[in-house]
Ligand binder design. Structure first.
Ligand code: NAG
Ligand code: NAG
Ligand code: NAG
Ligand code: NAG
Length: 795
């Protein structure tokens, strides 16, 4: 069982940051970028000019401030410096007097794209629709966009003066703060902020956020059924982190006053039950997130809170959290089910909260509970939480649950490191834990995640910033460089986990394709660029239908497809977490699988006889890649023989079939996609794909229109009578109905092909209508059986 807050909003946020800029043009090969429909003339014509002007500023600013060795970039430095100044001086020149332009409502807290460039960030803006970074186009610079490294002579953090010879979770450093950001880091921060444009931007954003929280009303108690008060807890934690950061930087005690007022508010009579269950231990995530937040507050405000205030926080922690933690570990409390065999976010978040709170009060805790728990939580998290990563890096639950699990893991790891001098193996008891950074990079497409399975609750204090900690601690600077461009990087943990000595471009030398073969979560990631938001991206999965902490769908063969800056084949997301049967079981007849979004019908795969896939699937996969890597440029020129393919034998996922195989490949220098199915079924079956596009079907062709772009889809040499149809994204004719109504899927259609029983091959060709690409530039691939697919089988 696994009860979390239901939320149908995926990770992507809707608050637009900047207008999209038009981006690169990559003739003669590779996808060419479209002009987006509906942009103001200023955006169409103004942004590219700023980019040209300010690219030099990126070079000048970064190289200037970091004093790296920069042979070969002399013209970048000089011309860039001058251009940067110029850009600053008249950056608004192209903007209509009344327009808000690209700067309005920005989420990066620096006013305009010009300022961003002058500040030296690589991504010049954030895409409005998907909140993904937008990089300047056509910039080649072998020094700036070098392979990721930790630069030897760059300004970075001093060494921690606390270096115990024999670290022990019960022996904390002598000074405070002891959690996540010790004094030596605060002391070094101001200088690092001055010399690093990312830290500078995040610092501003955090102050802006803290100011906004301070002028917001106190958190409103909301018990959301089985999902508890998790949103409340995470929102509270988000605020405490920001107030704590603002206080320690500014030394303005008004931040402490507000933090304490919020602390009193969430412990006041009437905020939840007036007994030990105030923080809802029955749904222990809520308790754990409150505990983490109280621990941080106790530690970061330790020098300004009065003794009475600190006693009150300790008392609250003991009564509402740590006592229940002891019940979990020593008294077999049923709400402690997450303690055994849970390789997922529950174990990470619950142990993380108990650990942070215990470390915060250790030495000042009369109850003894902090010590008791620290003897238990660390080993438990190592055996459970740290095992939620497969041998090749996939997160066991789902790509969205990765955020919750890795945030809990990173907070706990960082707190142990700073407070006691060791992580006790949190990062390497599973020797492949670091690979989950690679997983995250590849599971993120040009528009959004390949977000199969459940999406999870609201994020609030949950981010991808573990990428900084993992990248730094395991020497993977590409994780650091990737995450620093993301919109969720601007929060307090980043200020201390980020290593400003990371230099280069995350994409430099990075393969476009990767295949994750661990049997539990087999999947493939293939793309045409790491830096073009209009790039082609195909991701597809097989894997086990069970064993994902009941966050999976019955979705072997499921895929997503991005091109032209939008998502053509996508996911429906979480079901309704409040439905009583939603997490009860993952057996074949479980209620969970009968909801449309979890049923095979709700996936982009083959459904046989309108029935669900077999929960005991065990598919096999094969794949190949040309090994194409991106280089030292924000553009990539794709060689004509560049390709990738992935096939699966997914027969085991079906009843009533002798053989079901699926393969997908990139064609024509990664501009087209072929999806091929070879099905031998004893019942009729359907090929299904969910799309937000407006679909027009004519026999064996379908025209998809979305966000002003077009995708042509054709069914090649179709079996007799097979053609496209458009169906509603709902449970038509599925058996048997679930206990509660399905959620609606507004705007989503199913592009479908209905096929009679028998042995059939379906070949579906996706042709994104790239600007500048003529009809004659598209290829029609030869008909090659999946068994014969290889790198050169379709040349
Ligand atoms: C920078 O130097 C390169 C190589 O010498 C040259 O091709 C390019 O035109 C120069 N760019 C500018 C802006 O001077
Ligand atoms: C923090 O501030 C940024 C920039 O103003 C904004 O985009 C973002 O939504 C804020 N975050 C929260 C959680 O309020
Ligand atoms: C961080 O941001 C705050 C708020 O804008 C500012 O007062 C402070 O000077 C910044 N810190 C540094 C080191 O720039
Ligand atoms: C439709 O668009 C929404 C919002 O961007 C997205 O969350 C969802 O995954 C999309 N659905 C499909 C089937 O692509």
């Amino acid at each position: 069982m696994s009860y979390q807050q239901y939320d149908n909003t995926p990770y992507k946020e809707s608050n637009a940051a900047y207008a999209e800029s038009s981006t690169g043009f990559l003739p003669p090969r590779g996808p060419v970028a479209p002009q987006k429909r509906g942009l103001s003339p200023w955006i169409k014509f103004g942004v590219p000019i700023f980019i040209v002007v300010a690219v030099g500023a990126v070079v000048g600013g970064v190289l200037g401030s970091r004093k790296s060795s920069t042979s070969g970039t002399g013209n970048g430095t000089t011309a860039g410096g001058a251009a940067g100044n110029n850009g600053n001086g008249n950056g608004n020149g192209g903007r209509p007097a009344t327009g808000t332009g690209a700067g309005s409502g920005n989420n990066l807290a620096i006013a305009t794209a010009t300022d961003l460039l002058a500040a030296g960030r690589f991504a010049v803006t954030t895409n409005t629709q998907y909140m993904v970074p937008v990089y300047p186009t056509s910039v080649t610079n072998s020094a700036l966009f070098a392979a990721p490294t930790i630069a030897a002579n760059a300004a970075t953090w001093p060494n921690d003066p606390f270096t115990p010879a024999n670290p022990n979770p019960l022996e904390v450093r002598p000074d405070r703060p002891r959690l996540i950001a010790p004094t030596y880091k605060w002391d070094a921060l101001a200088n690092l902020i001055q010399s690093d444009p990312y830290l500078q931007g995040w610092n501003e954003t955090i102050f802006g956020n803290a100011t906004a929280y301070r002028s917001s009303p106190m958190i409103v108690y909301n018990m959301d059924g089985e999902s508890g008060i998790l949103d409340n807890a995470r929102e509270f934690k988000m605020r405490i982190k920001a107030y704590g950061y603002a206080y320690r930087v500014s030394r303005n005690t008004e931040w402490a006053d507000r933090a304490y007022a919020e602390i009193e508010h969430v412990t006041a009579p009437g905020f939840g039950p007036d007994d030990d269950t105030k923080w809802n231990p029955g749904h222990f995530l809520d308790t754990a997130e409150y505990a983490a937040a109280f621990g941080i507050a106790y530690d970061w405000f330790h020098d300004v809170f009065t003794d009475d205030q600190k006693a009150y926080i300790r008392q609250s922690l003991v009564q509402y959290a740590l006592g229940h933690g002891r019940d979990v570990y020593e008294n077999g409390a049923t709400f402690g089910w997450w303690r055994t065999g849970i390789n997922g976010n529950w174990n990470c978040v619950c142990n993380g909260g108990l650990t942070i709170a215990s470390l915060a009060i250790l030495g000042e805790d009369d109850s003894g509970l902090a010590e008791t728990l620290l003897r238990l939580t660390v080993d438990n998290a190592k055996e459970n939480c740290a095992r939620a990563v497969t041998e090749d890096g996939s997160w066991m639950e789902s790509p969205n649950y990765w955020y919750f699990g890795t945030t809990g893991h990173a907070e706990m790891t960082s707190a142990l490191l700073t407070a006691t001098g060791s992580d006790y193996g949190m990062l390497d008891i599973n020797p492949n834990y670091w690979r989950t950074g690679t997983f995250h990079m590849y599971v993120y497409g040009p528009t959004s995640l390949f977000d199969f399975g459940d999406h999870g609750p609201n994020k609030f204090s949950t981010t991808a910033n573990c990428m900084f900690l993992i990248g730094d601690r395991t020497n993977h600077p590409e994780f650091i460089l990737h995450q620093r461009e993301q919109h969720d990087a601007a929060e307090p943990w980043s200020m201390f986990w980020y290593n400003p000595a990371a230099t280069g471009a995350f994409w430099s030398g990075l393969a476009l394709d990767n295949f994750f073969d661990a049997p539990a979560v087999q999947w493939a990631s293939m793309r045409s660029s790491w830096t073009d938001p209009n790039a082609l991206y195909v991701a597809i999965k097989a894997g086990l239908n069970q064993d994902h902490q009941t966050h999976n769908d019955l979705d072997v063969g499921d895929f997503v497809l991005d091109a032209l800056g939008t998502r053509w084949a996508g996911e429906l997301g979480s079901g309704n977490y409040l439905n009583s049967d939603f997490f009860l079981s993952q057996d074949q007849d479980a209620g969970r699988w009968r909801y449309y979004r979890k049923h095979t019908a709700g996936q982009n795969t083959i459904m046989i006889n309108r029935a669900n896939q077999n929960v005991e699937s065990a598919p096999t996969v094969q794949h190949g890649s040309s090994g194409t890597v991106q280089g030292d440029s924000t553009d990539i020129s794709i060689p004509s023989d560049s390709t990738a393919f992935w096939t699966t034998d997914m027969t085991s996922a079906y009843f009533e079939a002798t053989s079901v195989r699926r393969g997908i490949r990139l064609l024509n220098a990664r501009r087209q996609v072929l999806l091929q199915d070879e099905v031998d079924a004893q019942a009729d079956f359907q090929w299904r794909m969910h799309t937000n596009a407006t679909v027009t079907v004519t026999g064996t062709t379908a025209q998809l229109e979305l966000d002003g772009e077009t995708m042509s889809v054709s069914l090649l040499d179709a079996p007799a009578g097979a053609e496209f149809s458009v169906l509603p994204a709902e449970r038509q004719g599925l058996e048997p109905a679930p206990n509660n109504p399905d959620q609606e899927n507004p705007g989503v259609s199913v592009l479908a092909i209905s096929v009679p029983a028998g042995s059939h091959t379906l070949r579906v060709l996706f042709n994104p209508q790239w600007p500048g690409m003529a009809a004659g530039d598209f290829v029609t691939p030869p008909n090659v059986p999946l068994a014969d697919w290889g790198l050169r089988s379709h040349d």
